[in-house]
Design a protein around this ligand. Structure first.
Ligand code: ZN
Length: 434
């Protein structure tokens, strides 16, 4: 972990925090002006990398979904018998995202079904959405709800829900190869820091550092999209690009002060999975298996695409009390953790770019190793069993995808044995560099 106090680490951290402070108040949702303003800020953070902006019209069919109406909030407020109760100028979590416009009066009892709280965390305002079911609602702390008196209440939600566009942004940082590493993060959550300004800040920092470093092997594509509908829209419009993706990560919840968690892809032993397992474990983090819930990995790993994409987080979503509430504020995110997450992503790209990979050029059946002196005790330079096993593992997994490091992890054999086997197999014209 690079401490924030070092000049280099400190400067990066300050920039990530400054971005989060600036973006925090914006009223983001899956569409609307808050998303566009956030994309403006992201573009400014990318230091000359050109963010390609997309606007997809309402009603567009995307896989099994349809791009919804665009939602824009001006202001929501609640006034009661004793005066103002809440308004979204103070905190935009007070309104259920995608609430239809409302201007009405009602009793407290009539109002109650539209009020949302977190009884177990009585001081926090919950985050609620209703994207695909037209309704309205307000969110407040349980303590505030408990203080409301009977009487007449005036609800005003000054918003528009009308045909418009879904907005997202992407940038490709070119490498020597057209094969891609995809790094994706969601930009649809309003004023919460860990979920997911942390992911956006980390991805911008990764982009800046990759641009400064240059000399990439893979092309690295950064994707800033609204959750679920954004990745579904991107996949619909990028079926070809999906074929070029050799590795990738969904970044979400990247800044709370917990060790890293890597969630494997559905395929579970892709090069992304093996590299991330090594890196995260070495830093004291946890590796968990794929399950079909969470963030956009659900879409990228859906059967029709089945991409080699896992998810990098700190705490797992839903497992910490601040999750999806006003308690997920800027103080909840730790600068050193953000820097550590950036380091993990960069280390993963470095591993994916630079670990040696080979291709078995006689992949149909096992090649006859004995006559080449690669198996058995007669006539060969290689006689010990561990090297024989290393020969078999290298042949079995050298598909151009798995690196020697990956094969070490899969086999439990040490790198030296695999390297010796590799040298012998290259010499025998059975392996070639991928
Ligand atoms: Zn979330």
């Amino acid at each position: 972990m690079v401490p924030a106090s070092t000049p280099e680490g400190g400067e990066r951290t300050t920039r990530m925090r400054r971005f989060m402070e600036e973006a925090f108040p914006l009223c983001r949702s899956i569409t609307g002006g808050g998303v566009r303003s956030t994309l403006d800020l992201i573009n400014a953070e990318l230091d000359g990398l050109e963010l390609e902006r997309h606007e997809v019209p309402t009603g567009t069919s995307v896989l099994d979904w349809t791009v919804p109406n665009e939602w824009n909030l001006v202001r929501a407020s609640l006034d009661g018998p004793d005066g103002p109760v809440l308004n979204t100028d103070d905190c935009n979590l007070h309104v259920v995202s995608y609430s239809v416009p409302v201007d009405t009066e009602m009793s407290l009892e009539e109002l109650r079904p539209h009020l949302f709280t977190l009884p177990d965390h009585p001081d926090a305002i919950p985050y609620r959405t209703s994207y695909y079911n037209e309704t309205w609602g307000l969110c407040l702390s349980q303590r505030q709800l408990d203080s409301l008196k009977d009487g007449r209440y005036r609800v005003r939600i000054d918003a528009t829900l009308a045909p418009g566009h879904l907005s997202y942004g992407e940038v490709a940082i070119p490498g020597a190869r057209s094969d891609e590493i995809l790094l994706s993060t969601h930009i649809c959550h309003p004023s919460m820091a860990n979920d997911n300004l942390s992911g956006i800040a980390v991805l911008c920092e990764v982009g800046r550092q990759l641009k400064a470093k240059g000399n990439l092997g893979h092309t690295v594509r950064l994707l800033f999209i609204p959750g679920t509908i954004g990745s579904i829209t991107w996949l619909e419009r990028n079926r070809d690009a999906a074929e070029r993706i050799k590795a990738g990560l969904v970044l979400a919840g990247a800044g709370d002060p917990a060790p890293a968690t890597y969630k494997r892809s559905r395929r579970s032993t892709t090069r992304t999975d093996l590299a991330m397992a090594r890196l995260v474990t070495a830093r004291g983090g946890e590796v968990i298996d794929y399950y079909p819930y969470g963030y956009d990995e659900r879409q990228f790993c859906s059967q029709g695409f089945d991409l080699p994409i896992g998810r990098l987080s700190r705490s797992i979503h839903g497992s910490y009390p601040e999750y999806h509430s006003s308690a997920d504020d800027l103080d909840f995110v730790d600068d050193d953790t953000l820097t550590d997450t950036v380091g993990l992503v960069l280390a993963a790209i470095d591993a994916l770019d630079n670990e040696p990979r080979f291709l078995n050029i006689a992949p149909e059946g096992e090649p006859q190793l004995g006559r080449r002196g690669l198996y058995g005790s007669v006539g060969g330079a290689i006689t010990d069993k561990s090297t024989e096993m290393a020969v078999l593992w290298m042949l079995a997994y050298s598909d151009g995808d798995h690196s020697v490091h990956d094969i070490a992890e899969l086999s439990g054999l040490d790198l030296d044995a695999l390297q010796a086997a590799t040298d012998a197999l290259v010499e025998a014209s059975l392996l070639a560099p991928a």
